[in-house]
Design a protein. Sequence first.
Length: 483
Amino acid sequence: MTGHILAAALGRTDAAIVAVGVLLLFVISWVFGRREKDTNDYFLGGRRIPAVIACLSFVAAEISALTIVGFPATAYSENWLYVQFFIGSAVARISVAYLFIPAFYKYNCTSIYEFLGHRFGRQTQTAGSVFFFITRLIASGVRLYAACLGVQLIMGWTLLQSLLLFTVVSIVFIAFGGIKAVVWAGAYQAITFIVAGLLLLVYLYQHIDGGLTEIWRTAGAENRLEFFRFRLDLTDPGTFWALSVNAFFIGLASFGTDQEMMQRLLTVETRRKSQRTMLSTILMYVAITCLYLAIGTLLFVFYRQNPSIAEPDKAKEVLSHFVAHCLPTGLKGLLLAAIVMASIDSPLSSLASSFVTDIYRPLTGSRAGERHYLMVSRISVVAFGLILMAIALACEPVEQILWFAYGIFSVTGGATLGVFLLGLLTKRRVNRANIPAMIAATAVSLTLMLLNQYKVITFPWTAIIIAGTAVSFTLAYLMGRSH
């Protein structure tokens, strides 16, 4: 039935492209993910993943459907101010490479929250893992919703139908192959994102009259080409200073304290290779981000030059609307395949690894054998997949999905980052007191976000994660003691 609907909506050629794209994911899962002997294989790939593959996979996880759908929507409806993130993000990656990664390799971590266990104690490790579950599930729910938004508009499906497709495929794909399947498939996905984006950019450019001169004039006339905002305004979250600092803290939290991202860097053989892998992601991320922002700008110009072609009702639907109504056979299938595969690269493996390593294994006292833990790992992939689907369903009212995702991450990301920085930068001894410090930081961040949302105070959302980090770090430090 699904195949018939797909063929009817896309045509046989496009349907075949999507089907082959998804089928290759399962082939990769079988080739690289078979013969899982223990949780070290399942969660770290035996630390035998080539660095270039880990780099591509890292970027694929960072990009996701949120970039493919959300970045064109941002450039189409707003501007290019997001590029101000690049500097702060690059500095954050360098910091993670030389501050966080050595600590994780020193303690031979499967889950990065094991570092918190070694540094502080079991309670802090468990708290860090729980905060990761909350943060990653909500943020990934937004990403999954972004992917389903694209598919449901192109295919004419309901949100629930799209979610069911992605959830089932993700569970089967990841539960079987583990992190090796995720990493190798991520490299394949990254290449697909790049190829699909470049072809779409070329197609748009060919269908805009006047070339670069006209693109620059039309987009610039309506302020769609604002790249930097250097004014000193503490109430404006879009300034260079606000976004650069926010990107630095977001980067530290998402790259250094988020198992979803760091797990890929822990699959390479040595600390040095892992550090080089992290640094190599900088240029690739900048290139792909600019590619999809450029697509958004060209979409804006295209619709201005073609007023007879109906624009989407909502800005967040612009890419999916264009793919569904304007792209020719072949390119339509490739773009849909990219969106589908971006959604399948989900956080299920990292959620399972953190649950088994940080919570389940300590509760059982490691009395069970590796076969038992491998079975529990696969069961937890299924459970987290269903939870993720429910969260994505709840995201339907969201309009600005890109900024919403960053806002949500800021609320809990700072709490975890503060404790990690305390462990990495000081010799302070504290364990149980870290938990109320993290809770207080989250409460402060959430309060600031809500007060700002309802115009009670003027507090830029870009500073929320900074406030959370400061509260978490300071409270834990004051409640701790020196070595």
